[in-house]
Design a protein around this ligand. Sequence first.
Ligand SMILES: C[S@@+](CC[C@H](N)C(=O)[O-])C[C@H]1O[C@@H](n2cnc3c(N)ncnc32)[C@H](O)[C@@H]1O
Length: 338
Amino acid sequence: MVLCAQVERHKAEAVRRRLLDKGMLDGSYVPARDEEFVYFAVKKRAAGFDFAQKKLKKRQEYGKSLEEELAGKLTASELGELVKSFDMIGDIAVVEIPAPLAKKQRLIASAIMKNHRNIRTVAKKTGGTSGEFRIRPVRVIAGARRTRTIYREAGCEFELDLNKTYFSPRLGTERTRIASLVKPGEKVLVPFAGAGPFAIRIAKMQAKANVVGIELNPAAAKYFKSNIKRNRCRNVSAVKGDVARLLPGKLQGKFDRIAMPLPKDGIHFLKNVLPCLKKGGVLHYYAFGSAVEPFAEAEMQVMDAALDRGRHAHLLFRRIVRPYSKTTVQVVIDTKIA
Ligand SMILES: C[S@@+](CC[C@H](N)C(=O)[O-])C[C@H]1O[C@@H](n2cnc3c(N)ncnc32)[C@H](O)[C@@H]1O
């Protein structure tokens, strides 16, 4: 049994912050919940809180959270500004440092490196994902002065440079989902292939499929080619070039499945990509949608593009891939194009 602060559910976040400020929160246990209360492990009792004894699970993964590590080193208002989550891409942690915390960035980076022994570099985002190559720039603020790394996922390795290629670890679930749908003998096209994560995951999981990836950014295409070698894939080929110029061309009607991981501008390329899909083939279409009505626009875009070519799109599956901003989500819709 562990000594816990017993907090009404609607007050949980506010009380958790008070416990943190007072140095009472014991972050080595996972909080528990029941219908009425949340139970936070605490190191000591203090006036102004209710307490209970509870059986809590020990946290296993890491030691303290970033917020706990920085408690006592940042003021309460600075802790309020802290962006607690960050991406780990290979041995690089990519963090967001809000302007009011600019002078504390070294402190934040040290806290991350202390808790994540595998991290060699901490880089901060210096802008949003932008441009044709969809790159999100970063600047190193601590550790090894490099933005090149090797990211590992499901037995595959991807070498990439964060300042030269797009990459998101948050699409891992999608990569696994698409790869597991591919059947032996399928021909799969991944336009907008980047450094190759979708194409290579598919080729690795389904050795009897044939995968083609197309990528415009020369640096990403170079990594794509070297990642094919690194992962010893013989059933995937990387083409450097512009989807708008290359497709449909000789690839008309060649593919059983196409994944289009270009949520920002995918709509402009449907006219090039759709003709490459065999009758009855499957299209995985990524797009941004409003948080209120996430799928409506993407579904309309695919249906219209299919109709324009005298074809019909039948919805097979759809899901929200991840939240993108307060008002926008990234979605995927799978359609069969008859
Ligand atoms: C959102 S990223 C996805 C990359 C990769 N599939 C991934 O998940 O990591 C989109 C990619 O499409 C590439 N791209 C943009 N326009 C293109 C075009 N016209 N032809 C080929 N590739 C293009 C960008 O350079 C970028 O690497």
